[in-house]
Ligand binder design. Structure first.
Ligand code: GAL
Length: 732
C-alpha cells in the first residue's frame, strides 16, 4: 500500500516536473525577449568570471541583483579554457559552470557570449595562440580551418551547458547566447570571405539547438532568427535598430567607462551616472529597447598576462561595482532607481501602443499606453539648457540631457539627471609596510649571450616565437666594431611595447611606446669594444593584440636594428638581417622563481643591500602575513617601475607605475590581491622588476568605501557628449 502511494506520488511529481520544465521557454518578438510566454524588460550586467575569483562571485552577483539587474552577461574565454590544444581548463577562475550555477542559485538569468572571438581587452581577443599555427589559418572569415576549430569549440561549450542542464528550457539560467562579436567592424577587410562566414556562423549556431535565441552584436545583417544587437555609448541615438520587425531591440554593451577602458599612461575617465541612466532610458524610449546590458557591471582584475596591450590590471574600475566588488556610488544606486522605475512601467512598455510627439528642438515625448496604463518618457536631448514643456496639461522642467519617466503619464517617478543617491569615497589604508630589508632577497636576471646559440638570419616575429606564453623575447647578435671607444648609437625599431638594450652585458638604454603610439623605438648611445661585441635586446609585449582584421598576421617584436657609428666609423650598419639568436622568456620565469617550489630552488641573495635597489631586470622576494579584517586589499607598488608580481605563485598581473599619465600620476598604483590567494601567514610575494625600483616602500593596503555627504570628488559633474554614428574600424 505504502509503496503504491509512493509510486503514485512519484509519478505525479515526475509529471509535474516535466510539465514545469517543458513549459520553460525563451522566444522573442519585435518588442522583447519572451520568457515563459511573457515579454520581459531586462537589465543586464557584464561580469567576466576570470576577472574575479570564485570566492567573490556570490557577492558580486548578489550586489548586481540588489542593483536591479536581471541578467548576468559574460563572454567565454577560449584561451583560458584551452590554452594548449586539446588540454582543457575549467577550474578555479575558469570554472564556467560554477559561475553560471551561482547566477542560477541567486535567481538571475545568464547571457552567454560564446564568441569565440571576444575582444574584451583580453589577450589575443580570446583566441588560443595555437590556433595561429594551424596550417592555412585565417581567423574570422570563410576559411575552412578556422570554421572547423570555431565550430568544435562552440559545440563543446554548448554541449557542456546542455549536459549541465543550464539552458533555460532545461531548467537552467541561460536565456540567450551570442555568436561572433562585432564582426561588422572588420567584415569588409575580408571581402568576399566575410558575408558567407556570417551566414555560416549563424546557421552553425542555430544548428546546435540550444533552445534559446542567438544574437550577434554589431551585425546589421544578422541572418534570420539571429538577433542583431547594438554596442556603444548611446544606442538610442546611434543605432539603426533591429534588422527585422520581428526582432527586439537589445543593447549588449552600454560602456560604463567613458570610451577608454584604462590603459597605462592614461588618466581615468569616469562616465557619469546621469549619462549612463540617460542613455539607457533613451534607448528604451526611442528604440523600444527591452534589454540593456552594462559593459561592465563589474570589470574586475586582469590577472596574469590576460590583458591586451597597455591595459591596466584594473578593468572598468568605475563600473557600478568597482574592481574590488565594492559599490561605486552614486552610479550603482542611481541605476538601481532607474531599473525600478522602468520595471514599474513594464506592462505599458511591453504591451502598450507606442506614440511619439515632438515637444521642441531635440525634445520629445515617447508614450506607451494600454487601456488603463500609461507611461511616458520625456526627453531633452540638448547638450545644454533646461527646457520647460507642457505635456497633457502638466508642466515639466527637463534638465539638459535628461529623460524623465512619468507613471500614468503624469507623475515623475525618475529623472535621469537628478542623482539623489549618496556618494561614497573609496580610500586605501596602509596595513603593513614591507620595509624590513632583512626580509627581502633578490636575484639579477641573466643577460643571455651567444653561448650555444642557434641562429636565424632575421629578426623573428615575437608572438610566433614565444607562442604568447611570455611577455619577453631576447634577440641577441654579434657586432664587430673596427675601433674601440667613441659613442655609437644603437637604433631599434619595433612592434614591441618596451625594449631594454644591453651591449656586452651592460644596460645601454630602454624605450617604450604608449597608448597612442604603441610601438617602442630606441636610440641608445654606447661605447663598443674593438672587435666583437654582444648585443642583447629584450623585447617586451605588454599584452597581445585583441582585435582588428587579420589578427593572425600582426607582426610583433623587433623589426629593425641599426648602428650609427661616429668618426671614422660613421657608416650606418643595418644588423636586421644578420644572424640573430633568440631566448624565449626570461630565466627566472622559466625556472619559476615566482612559485613556492621554484623560489626555494633559486639562488637568492640574502639581504636587500642599498646598492641592489634600482637595478634593472631584477627579481625580488619577501613574505608577508594576511592582513586582518574581511575587506579587499591591494599592494601599493608606487615605488616600483614596471614588471609582473606574484603572490603565492598566483600572477596578480603586470604592473607599470613608471608610465605616467598626463596628470603626472601613475595610471595605477594599487594592485588587487584577492583574499583567496592568501593564507594566514608567510605569503610569498615575488616581483620581476624590469627598470629598477625600491621594494622596501611597497605596502599592503586595505580598500574600503565610506558614505559621504555631498558630491564625491571622483564623481564628476556630468559632461555630456553628443554621440555620433560610430566609425567602423576595418583593420588591415
Ligand atoms: C567592444 C567589444 C568588447 C570590448 C568593448 C570595449 O567593442 O565588443 O569586447 O572590447 O568594446 O571595452
Amino acid at each position: 500500500m505504502g509503496l503504491k502511494v509512493h509510486g503514485i506520488f512519484l509519478f505525479v511529481f515526475v509529471l509535474w516536473v516535466s510539465v514545469v520544465v517543458s513549459s520553460r521557454s525563451v522566444t522573442y518578438d519585435g518588442r522583447a525577449l519572451i520568457i515563459d510566454g511573457t515579454r520581459r524588460v531586462l537589465f543586464s550586467g557584464s561580469i567576466h568570471y576570470p576577472r574575479s575569483t570564485p570566492e567573490m562571485w556570490p557577492s558580486l552577483i548578489a550586489k548586481a541583483k540588489e542593483g536591479g539587474i536581471d541578467v548576468i552577461q559574460t563572454y567565454v574565454f577560449w584561451n583560458g579554457h584551452e590554452p594548449i590544444q586539446g588540454q582543457f581548463n575549467f577550474g578555479g577562475r575558469f570554472d564556467l559552470v560554477r559561475f553560471i550555477r551561482e547566477v542560477q542559485a541567486q535567481g538571475l538569468y545568464l547571457s552567454l557570449r560564446i564568441g569565440p572571438f571576444v575582444e574584451a581587452e583580453w589577450q589575443y581577443g580570446g583566441f588560443p595562440f595555437w590556433l595561429h599555427d594551424i596550417p592555412g589559418m585565417t581567423f574570422r572569415c570563410n576559411n575552412e580551418p578556422f570554421k572547423f576549430y570555431m565550430e568544435k569549440f562552440v559545440t563543446k561549450i554548448v554541449n557542456m551547458m546542455k549536459t549541465e542542464r543550464l539552458f533555460y528550457p532545461q531548467g537552467g539560467p541561460i536565456i540567450i547566447s551570442q555568436i561572433e562579436n562585432e564582426y561588422m567592424n572588420v567584415e569588409q577587410a575580408f571581402h568576399e570571405l566575410g558575408p558567407p562566414y556570417v551566414r555560416w556562423a549563424a546557421s552553425m549556431a542555430l544548428g546546435l539547438k540550444t533552445g534559446v535565441p542567438w544574437m550577434m552584436c554589431k551585425q546589421d545583417d544578422a541572418p534570420d532568427l539571429v538577433i542583431n544587437a547594438c554596442n556603444g555609448l548611446s544606442c538610442g541615438e546611434t543605432w539603426s535598430g533591429p534588422n527585422s520587425r520581428n526582432k527586439p531591440s537589445l543593447w549588449t554593451e552600454n560602456w560604463t567607462n567613458n570610451y577608454s577602458f584604462q590603459k597605462y599612461g592614461t588618466e581615468r575617465k569616469i562616465r557619469a551616472a546621469q549619462d549612463l541612466a540617460f542613455t539607457a532610458a533613451l534607448f528604451i524610449a526611442k528604440k523600444n529597447g527591452s534589454y540593456v546590458n552594462y559593459y561592465m557591471y563589474h570589470g574586475g582584475t586582469n590577472f596574469g598576462r590576460s590583458a591586451s596591450p597597455y591595459q591596466t590590471t584594473s578593468y572598468y574600475d568605475m563600473a557600478p561595482l568597482d574592481e574590488y566588488g565594492l559599490v561605486w556610488q552614486p552610479t550603482w544606486a542611481h541605476l538601481k532607481e532607474l531599473h525600478a522605475a522602468v520595471k514599474q512601467s513594464a506592462q505599458p512598455l511591453l504591451y502598450g501602443r507606442y506614440s511619439t510627439l515632438s515637444l521642441g528642438n531635440l525634445t520629445e515625448a515617447h508614450v506607451f499606453q494600454t487601456g488603463s496604463n500609461c507611461v511616458a518618457f520625456l526627453v531633452n536631448a540638448n547638450l545644454r539648457g533646461k527646457v520647460d514643456i507642457q505635456f497633457r496639461n502638466n508642466k515639466f522642467e527637463l534638465p539638459a540631457r535628461s529623460v524623465i519617466i512619468l507613471s500614468q503619464c503624469n507623475k515623475i517617478i525618475f529623472n535621469t539627471a537628478e542623482v539623489t543617491a549618496q556618494s561614497y569615497t573609496r580610500s586605501s589604508k596602509v596595513l603593513q609596510s614591507l620595509n624590513d630589508a632583512s626580509k627581502w632577497s633578490w636575484i639579477s636576471e641573466r643577460i643571455p649571450d651567444l653561448t650555444g646559440a642557434k641562429f636565424a638570419n632575421k629578426l623573428l616575429d615575437q608572438l610566433s616565437t614565444t607562442k604568447d606564453a611570455t611577455d619577453y623575447l631576447w634577440y641577441i647578435t654579434r657586432y664587430n666594431s673596427t675601433s674601440a671607444g667613441g659613442n655609437q648609437v644603437l637604433h631599434v625599431e619595433s612592434d614591441a611595447h618596451v625594449i631594454h638594450a644591453f651591449v656586452n652585458n651592460m644596460l645601454v638604454g630602454n624605450a617604450h611606446g604608449n597608448d597612442q603610439n604603441p610601438s617602442a623605438t630606441l636610440d641608445a648611445k654606447f661605447v663598443p669594444n674593438k672587435g666583437e661585441n654582444t648585443i642583447s635586446l629584450l623585447s617586451v609585449m605588454v599584452g597581445s593584440p585583441d582585435g582588428g582584421a587579420h589578427l593572425e598576421r600582426k607582426y610583433t617584436g623587433l623589426h629593425t636594428v641599426k648602428i650609427q657609428g661616429t668618426g671614422r666609423n660613421s657608416n650606418l650598419i643595418d644588423l636586421s638581417n644578420q644572424a640573430w639568436s633568440n631566448q624565449v622568456g626570461v630565466y627566472g620565469e622559466e625556472n619559476k622563481f615566482y612559485s613556492p617550489e621554484g623560489s626555494t630552488k633559486a639562488n637568492w641573495k640574502g639581504i636587500l643591500l642599498q646598492n641592489s635597489r634600482n637595478q634593472p631586470l631584477r627579481w625580488y622576494k619577501t613574505t608577508f602575513d594576511m592582513p586582518a579584517g574581511s575587506g579587499p586589499f591591494a599592494l601599493n607598488l608606487t615605488s616600483m617601475g614596471k614588471g609582473e608580481a606574484w603572490v603565492n605563485g598566483e600572477n596578480i598581473g603586470r604592473y607599470w607605475v613608471s608610465l605616467i599619465a598626463p596628470n603626472g600620476q601613475p595610471s595605477q598604483s594599487l594592485y588587487h590581491v584577492p583574499r583567496s590567494f592568501l593564507k594566514p601567514s608567510g605569503n610569498l610575494l615575488v616581483l620581476f622588476e624590469e627598470e629598477g625600483g625600491n621594494p622596501l616602500e611597497i605596502t599592503v593596503n586595505t580598500i574600503s568605501i565610506t558614505q559621504q555627504r555631498g558630491i564625491m570628488d571622483e564623481q564628476p559633474i556630468p559632461i555630456y557628449f553628443s554621440y555620433q554614428l560610430e566609425n567602423v574600424t576595418i583593420g588591415l
